[in-house]
Design a protein around this ligand. Structure first.
Ligand code: 4NP
Length: 158
């Protein structure tokens, strides 16, 4: 069954668009036709393209996020998606508050924790940082996406 994956951060202009783009590119590369989308907690950036620094770092690593548009998390997401990944603990808390009942909250996971990171809980918010932070965040998200794919699809290791 096709998995439906939603990446969630605060603004949906930095971390979750990068996570959507990387996950989509990797799945395509592995020939897996799961569905990936992203959303934010805030309404502030609805309809906006990703941050220029996010677009720039993604381009550097040959991932295209140019055409994404920010949207806010909505109640239907808890029905439409199987896995809802929060980029940090504060986003996790907001997403869990919006979830209704155990079936919906059971779909919500901390992204790095689900990927198997034990020492780091949060993908740091790069919004108020410089370009180096975006590079670090890109590589962290890339590694976590790879780990999740290998967890779900061990055969890609062959
Ligand atoms: P993101 O970064 O959650 O990774 O998209 C942010 C973008 C915007 C804001 C905060 C974080 N903001 O406060 O506007």
């Amino acid at each position: 069954m096709r998995k439906k994956i939603l990446m969630v951060c605060l603004g949906n202009i930095c971390r979750s668009p990068i996570a959507e783009g990387i996950m989509q590119a990797k799945l395509l590369n592995y020939g897996i036709d799961d569905i990936v989308d992203s959303a934010g907690i805030l309404s502030y950036h609805i309809g906006c393209a990703p941050d220029d620094r996010a677009i720039g770092i993604a381009r550097k690593y040959k991932v295209n996020i140019d055409n994404q548009l920010a949207r806010q998390l909505k109640p239907a997401d808890f029905e439409n998606f199987d896995f809802i990944f929060a980029m940090d603990r504060s986003v996790l808390e907001s997403v869990l508050k919006a979830a209704q009942g155990p079936k919906q909250s059971g779909k919500v996971h901390l992204f790095l924790g689900y990927a198997g990171y034990s020492g780091q809980a949060d993908v740091p918010d790069p919004y108020y940082e410089g370009g180096v932070a975006f590079d670090r965040v890109f590589n962290l998200i890339d590694d976590a996406c790879e780990r999740i794919i290998r967890k779900w699809y061990p055969e890609v290791l062959k």
